[in-house]
Write a protein that binds this ligand. Structure first.
Ligand code: R5P
Length: 296
């Protein structure tokens, strides 16, 4: 097996290749004067299974086109199987036609990924709210790993967990809150979230007892609005310290400063997308999965 990468994930691909002791195939990527993309795979991939690491964080459309060109380049050069390593899979939050006339983006993304020739997919903490299982979205073999145990371990080692309550902002976060609470030997509470717009969130629900310290848990922080609402609510209720563990930190529009202003102490995330709060690498998680599930 070989490892290669697209623009969003060169660093991660190097870490994965190093972790598992595999050769990294370099890629050339550039744009033509009119903005069209060009990719070239710079190694012999004939007869090989190749893991293509490409997170779809910021600018997902362009990153996906680049990914699809990489798959075509690999298959054209005789590669046997392509394993998509897409740690952050974009467009998964539109997992329903919430209003008539909308596209069902998550299903379409699955069709695109399969349609370009992907043989297997590995992703991390995919937003699977209304589909529950990754197998309900993809027809190809697909694995959804969770970074929550790693985030929780990191937190416990570096911050301790005495008298901490784990809080999830909405019903979907319960799966992660449960895992983190288990690792921290702490209780957890789930709040209720109502999304009123892209940047407009309403959080309801209370902590049942007086709490000094809270760890928030979520899959994605994007504008930060969800966490800001929860942090403000908790701080108003008298919680002295609020930290957050989040797998995918997109942090758009100054989200981190706004979170700090709202009273968040630490945001700890992974490197699924490059970000300034990435303290936990998911490279070992991916490397283990590649070792286990490599094509025979
Ligand atoms: C949505 O249900 C997700 O789990 C996250 O809570 C959400 O995507 C966070 O987005 P934002 O930071 O923009 O509120």
């Amino acid at each position: 097996m070989l490892v290669t990468y697209g623009s969003s994930s060169e660093f991660l691909a190097r870490a994965i290749a190093k972790e598992i002791g595999l050769t990294l195939v370099e890629t050339n990527r550039r744009r033509f004067p009119d903005g069209e993309q060009y990719v070239r795979v710079m190694g012999n991939v004939s007869g090989e299974d190749v893991a293509v690491v490409q997170s779809l964080g910021m600018n997902p459309d362009a990153l996906f086109i680049e990914y699809s060109f990489l798959v075509d380049a690999l298959k054209g050069a005789g590669c046997r199987h392509v394993i998509a390593v897409i740690p952050y899979l974009a467009y998964t939050r539109q997992d329903s036609r919430f209003h008539s006339g909308e596209a069902l983006s998550v299903k379409l993304m699955a069709k695109f990924i399969e349609g370009v020739g992907t043989d297997r997919l590995i992703t991390i903490d995919m937003h699977l709210h209304r589909y529950n299982e990754i197998g309900n979205v993809f027809k190809i073999p697909a694995t959804n790993l969770s970074a929550m145990p790693l985030l929780a371990e990191y937190y416990r080692k570096n911050y301790g967990s005495q008298k901490t309550v784990v809080v999830g902002p909405d019903v979907e976060s319960e799966q992660w809150a449960k895992v983190v609470a288990g690792k921290l030997f702490a209780p957890y509470t789930i709040l209720e979230k109502q999304r009123l717009g892209d940047r407009d969130i309403k959080i309801s629900g209370e902590l049942s007892t007086e709490v000094n310290r809270v760890v928030l848990v979520d899959d994605i922080v994007c504008t930060g609005k969800t966490l800001i609402e929860v942090v403000s609510k908790l701080r108003t209720q008298g919680v002295k310290r609020v930290d957050a563990l989040v797998t995918h930190a997109l942090l758009v529009e100054g989200a981190l400063s706004k979170l700090r202003e709202a009273g968040l102490s630490e945001l700890i995330s992974t490197d699924t997308v490059p970000n300034q709060c990435a303290r936990v690498s998911i490279a070992p998680l991916i490397a283990d999965e590649l070792k286990k599930r490599a094509f025979k």
